[in-house]
Design a protein around this ligand. Structure first.
Ligand SMILES: [Zn+2]
Length: 207
């Protein structure tokens, strides 16, 4: 990989609410929630809980804004299928505000330049740090990668474990949800699509 200069860099489009969190207010609301749930927020185990919860929300909703994905010129690699897997991020389901673990595999076909490998995980982290649904996460990740490489030849597969399925309602602890986005050649070339899906399945079962 040529690592001369960051020739192409694209700042992450956050799509997040711009207003910052009032941590004191969030902590006060958590105290109120504890009371409503029949707890005594002054008991020893709970005294710092509202502040901890507020700090956690602050961190969760403030992904690294300096995360910039970089492309490197690499003419020799054009046409080769690149797959990056084994990325695991935690997000929060927006329907229940319960955690979901997303295992992400991304593929693209370089044409003159390659994306810095370490950036894929940061992109995943970025779009996970908000109230989400797996389908939208998959779409946002794919759109961001598409914008980054400037072409539609992008595929993204996400395998999700949703605690809202595992610990409430039907309690299907082994249930996993898979979402797949394919664009450009990945959508039109069945061989390429199959290659990606096969490799994604291997990556996600060993991750
Ligand atoms: Zn849910």
């Amino acid at each position: 990989m040529t690592t001369t200069t960051a020739d192409t860099a694209q700042a992450l489009n956050t799509g997040l609410p711009t207003q910052s969190i009032d941590s004191g207010r969030v902590a006060a609301l958590v105290t109120q929630l504890l009371i409503e749930l029949g707890e005594d927020p002054t008991r020893a185990g709970l005294t710092d809980t509202p502040n901890r919860v507020a700090a956690w929300w602050q961190a969760f909703l403030s992904p690294d804004k300096s995360a910039v994905a970089t492309c490197f010129p690499e003419s020799q690699l054009s046409g080769q299928l690149v797959i990056v897997g084994g990325m695991s991020v935690w997000s929060l389901c927006e329907h229940h505000m319960l955690p979901m673990n997303l295992q992400v595999t991304a593929g693209y076909v370089p044409d003159g330049e390659v994306v810095g490998l370490s950036k894929f995980g940061r992109i995943a982290q970025h779009f996970a740090g908000r109230l989400q649904v797996q389908e939208r996460f998959t779409q946002q990740f794919a759109e961001h990668l598409t914008g980054l490489i400037g072409r539609e030849d992008v595929a993204v597969a996400v395998r999700g474990l949703h605690l809202c399925m595992s610990m409430r309602g039907v309690r299907m602890e082994e249930a996993r949800t898979t979402t797949v986005h394919t664009g450009g050649r990945f959508a039109s070339d069945p061989v390429l699509t199959q290659q990606f899906l096969t490799l994604a399945a291997v990556q996600q079962h060993t991750a």
